[in-house]
Ligand binder design. Structure first.
Ligand code: SF4
Length: 939
């Protein structure tokens, strides 16, 4: 056995591997029979033979590459390691990647489809067949489609794990039924980006940056954790400076040159102060601003009597942001004035090599949090670092989503349960308000799928979700598609076990760096069996028990909804190679690889492989940049043929055809520009003005609902940050990963020593944290890693179950009592904390942790931002010593107060139902599943 140093390897693209510091890795030509010595046999040298098959991690959205080592003797997966050929992760994974093996072998996993017996939530289940499941749902959905109830079919997803597959399914069914978790996650950050540039995610080129500014820790503890984290460090090793704005000393902040523990919600004030310094000190990129900002629109609309010149625009900017002095920003944030000035200058000097990112955190915590991402992007615009080497690109420039065969047209339906009239600009579906909308009689659900989604546990006001799911008039039929038990699955009619990351097909691409790549998640045991001559027609034949993969579930279900093709659905699920026959999952991906991925057929041919064989072999492919470039795509010049029959708007240079913007003319040349109404970067948003928010037409600062002025620690009041992630846990999907729970198994309340002294608690003491609708009891952790006046509690932990042996993974959950008193108040109490248990895995009897955390989200009311629709997570709370009757894990919720808070926040909206154009939403704004333009208009 000889390990070949990695630097001798040639990557699939033909280039020498750039991975520098992986000492060794099996070369692909030996993946079919890789030999290692059996560590347990030491000191004897006993050979173990493995087949290595690549797949993609499913434990966050970064889609890193994994290599599954399949033991040829047992036919089982032995371990997962990183795939060095994966362009995003380059062979490195976080702890969650290798922990996939725990999920495969978890003795608690569900292996067969289950149907409830008795009332919903009663906890009695029986095994059923997939045939029965498919027939039940097919007849329900078919009836809804035939009877024109196309808004009663809903697919509600937590972690999608694929690009475009479900949108195709829902499009084929002709329903507007895509719902997501995004308005508890990132819709606010997305809105701030979208309103500027038309794309709703940033893609920083950290490795080539000179200065990096991150708002929150999410790059290193969640969002694209590993691929971006490694490039941040790469940038630092080349001399870049790193600043992290986060009230909590996160892992990321601990690596920073500047830790900026701002008061939560003040971030936009600090960023605008930095913008003003860059303007005052003339550090901005004048030429980029002149060419690419829609300054003409701003001056014309807001200052029609002024000279319509760029110089006057800059003067107006200085007036507009005059109040954002370092002193003002310091007063709002608690940072030192000198620090704000110093960082602003460093950003200005970094110029086009300034990389910046924000996600969740400040944007997700605060009323008006979307102004944080908008203000951050303003710094990128000022420095001209949009899509440059070392700058920040649009996600659409660094991501590649290949088209499938036969893409269905958009549906003609608009579902107001998803996009109601009160939130015309909501960046994503108003997911958290679904229980309230159903309760108000705005609709009902005939068939409801939750998929890798646990709203009872994850969403604010989880008891409203319990009430909704238990109501068979509001939700007639509910299936939870999940590899594991969850609090939500408990209230389903069917629990349908789906494969974990190495047991399914998916195609993914993410904007991890300045490149475009696709990753192919594949069921490794199926590939192994097929490679060894064992015929497999469906993935469940290779998975444990009767665990399916979703791709095949949707194909089967679609055929049963439309068995004779008369509804026009079946044709999308017929083979592109054998007309009339049922599509196989292999054919679906084969067609994409053969037809939709530039450069892949050629790369495969060089190795005498078909494109599908190439993807099965390597699990990933990087699109050559000569085929699809990645930097400054706004500068692409339009060809004469593209300009035929177009019109030019002389003032701003917009080029239109049939009323739709197709490009922009600057200094006499026609460019593609950005996907905005003006095709420029929209400092001035006519959209916000026209849709009811004129005061927000330009980047600004909105005082958060948890502004410093409303919180007085002397009265026991604090600002609770409930959003932060632990780098080793996966939202509510880590309970089946024993290694991860061994590392992180409690979520104490972080309290600064000065606050702890005031409250009178020490580390380990119980505290009662009271929100506007209830309270929870947890332990205190006293630390300097949080700024005074702010407390924090990680959102991962506190899983619970209502039965001894099922309902949530016993590695991670407490057995609780949960019920309502006569006044309708909900109470939860731990009956038994985490305990060792007997199973096939001897480790389950070695569990040493007991208190598995406290479920805090139940005590939060909904706070939908009136513009972006995002749930604003931060809470004004009181923190005090626990009362004598309190016990660890106690939760109390007043649902009457929860309803009142919903009404209070709803009253902040400005519905646009009476528009003369009849539009429900600006036509140019993206939607995750986009219906036809006609559906945007009220009939
Ligand atoms: S960063 Fe995400 S995708 Fe990558 S190994 Fe970790 S959990 Fe898996």
């Amino acid at each position: 056995m000889t390990e070949i140093p990695l630097h001798q390897h040639i990557a699939p693209s033909g280039e020498q591997m750039t991975v520098r510091d992986l000492a060794s890795c099996p070369p692909p030509d030996r993946w079919h029979d890789w030999v290692e010595y059996d560590a347990k046999a030491w000191p004897r040298k006993v050979e173990k033979h493995y087949e290595i098959i690549p797949t993609i991690c499913f434990n966050c959205e970064a889609a890193c590459g994994l290599l599954a080592y399949i033991d040829k003797q047992t036919g089982r997966v032995k371990k997962f390691e990183g795939n060095p050929y994966h362009p995003g992760s380059r062979g490195r994974n976080c702890a969650k990647g290798p922990a996939t093996i725990n999920q495969v072998n978890d003795p608690e996993r569900i292996l067969y489809p289950l149907r409830r017996v008795g009332r919903r939530g009663g906890g009695t289940w029986e095994r059923t067949t997939w045939d029965e499941v498919l027939d039940t749902f097919a007849s329900k959905i078919r009836a809804a489609i035939i009877e024109g109830r196309r808004d009663e079919v809903m697919y509600h997803v937590g972690r999608p794990g694929h690009d475009g597959y479900m949108e195709r399914v829902l499009g084929a069914w002709g329903v507007d039924g895509h719902n997501s978790h995004t308005n508890v996650c990132s819709s606010s950050a997305r809105f701030g980006y979208q309103i500027w540039c038309g794309a709703d995610r940033p893609s920083p080129d950290h490795a080539n940056a000179r200065f990096i500014l991150l708002i929150s820790s999410h790059l290193e503890t969640g969002h694209y954790f590993n691929p971006q984290a490694q490039r941040i460090i790469e940038g630092k090793m080349k001399g870049a400076k790193l600043a992290v704005m986060d009230p909590r000393l996160s892992n990321t902040a601990s690596m920073a040159d500047y830790w900026l523990p701002t008061w939560p919600g003040s971030e936009a004030a600090v960023l605008l102060a930095m913008a003003r310094i860059i303007l005052v000190e003339k550090l901005y990129n004048r030429e980029f601003m002149r060419r690419w900002v829609n300054w003409q629109d701003y001056v014309a609309a807001e200052h029609p009597g002024e000279p319509q010149t760029f110089d006057r625009f800059i003067e107006l900017l200085l007036d507009l942001y005059a109040e954002y002095t370092p002193a003002f920003a310091a007063q709002e944030s608690g940072l030192a004035e000198e620090t704000i000035v110093e960082i602003a200058r460093q950003i200005g000097h970094a110029g086009t090599a300034f990389a910046a990112h924000t996600w969740r955190a400040a944007t997700a915590g605060n009323l008006g949090g979307w102004q944080v991402s908008r203000a951050l992007w303003f710094l990128s615009v000022l420095t001209g670092s949009i899509g440059t080497p070392g700058g920040t690109a649009l996600n659409t420039w660094n991501k590649f989503v290949p088209a499938p065969f036969m893409k269905p047209g958009p549906s003609e339906v608009w579902n107001e349960l998803l996009f109601p009239p009160e939130y015309p600009l909501a960046n994503y579906e108003m997911s958290i308000l679904l229980p309230y909308f159903l309760r108000e009689g705005r609709g009902k659900l005939a068939a409801y799928f939750t998929r890798v989604y646990n709203p009872v546990w994850t969403n604010p006001d989880g008891t409203a979700w319990i009430e909704m799911l238990a109501n068979e008039q509001q939700v007639e039929l509910h299936a939870a598609l999940t590899p594991v038990w969850s609090e939500t699955a408990w209230y389903a009619d069917y629990v349908l076990p789906m494969g974990v990351g190495s047991e399914r097909h998916d195609l993914m691409s993410q904007e991890t760096h300045a490149a475009r790549w696709i990753g192919f998640r594949q069921p490794v045991l199926r590939v192994y069996k097929e490679g060894n001559g064992e015929p497999v027609t469906h993935t469940y034949q290779a998975n444990p028990g009767e665990v399916w993969e979703e791709d095949e579930f949707w194909i089967e279900l679609s055929w049963r909804i439309d068995p004779d093709g008369s509804l026009g659905i079946r044709k999308y699920f017929e083979s592109p190679y054998h007309p009339g026959q049922k599509l196989t999952i292999e054919e679906y991906y084969r067609w994409i690889f053969e037809n939709s991925v530039p450069g892949l057929p050629e790369a495969a041919a060089k190795e005498n492989l078909s494109p599908l064989e190439y993807m099965r072999k390597y699990g990933c492919f990087e699109i050559p940049q000569e085929k699809v470039p990645v930097y400054t795509l706004n500068e692409r010049e339009l060809k004469p043929a593209e300009l035929e029959s177009s019109q030019l708007d002389e003032r701003g240079g917009k080029i239109t055809r049939s009323g739709a913007a197709i490009g922009v003319t600057i200094d006499g040349k026609a460019y593609e520009g950005f996907q905005t109404p003006s095709r420029k970067l929209e400092f001035y948003s006519a959209t916000l003005k026209e849709w009811g928010w004129p005061e927000y037409a330009v980047p600004g600062y909105i005082r958060s609902h948890v502004h410093r002025s409303v919180i007085n620690p002397e009265r026991g009041e604090y600002l609770l940050i409930p959003t932060f992630r632990l780098p080793t846990l996966i939202h509510t999907r880590s309970g089946n990963a024993k290694w991860l729970y061994e590392i992180s198994n409690a979520n104490p309340v972080w309290i600064h020593p000065t606050d702890a002294e005031r409250i009178g608690v020490q580390t380990g003491d119980l505290v009662r944290v009271t929100t506007e609708i209830g309270y929870y009891v947890n332990r205190a952790w006293i630390t300097d890693g949080i700024r005074p006046g702010v407390v924090a509690c990680s959102h991962h932990l506190g899983r619970w179950r209502l039965e001894t042996g099922q309902g949530a993974e016993r590695w991670a959950s407490a057995l609780v009592s949960l019920g309502r008193d006569q006044e309708g108040m909900w109470h939860m109490r731990h009956l038994q904390d985490v305990q060792p248990f007997e199973s096939d895995d001897p480790d389950s009897s070695r569990i040493f942790w007991r208190e598995g955390g406290v479920h805090q989200n139940l005590t939060f009311a909904v706070h939908p931002d009136p513009v972006s629709g995002m749930h604003c997570w931060h809470q004004k709370v009181t923190v005090e010593q626990a009362h004598p009757e309190d016990a660890y894990g106690d939760v109390y919720v007043d649902t009457h107060k929860a309803c009142q808070v919903y009404q209070d926040w709803l009253a902040m909206t400005r519905p646009q139902a009476q528009r003369s154009d009849g539009l429900r939403r600006p036509l140019w704004m993206i939607r995750p599943y986009r219906p036809a333009a006609s559906a945007f208009k009220r009939q």
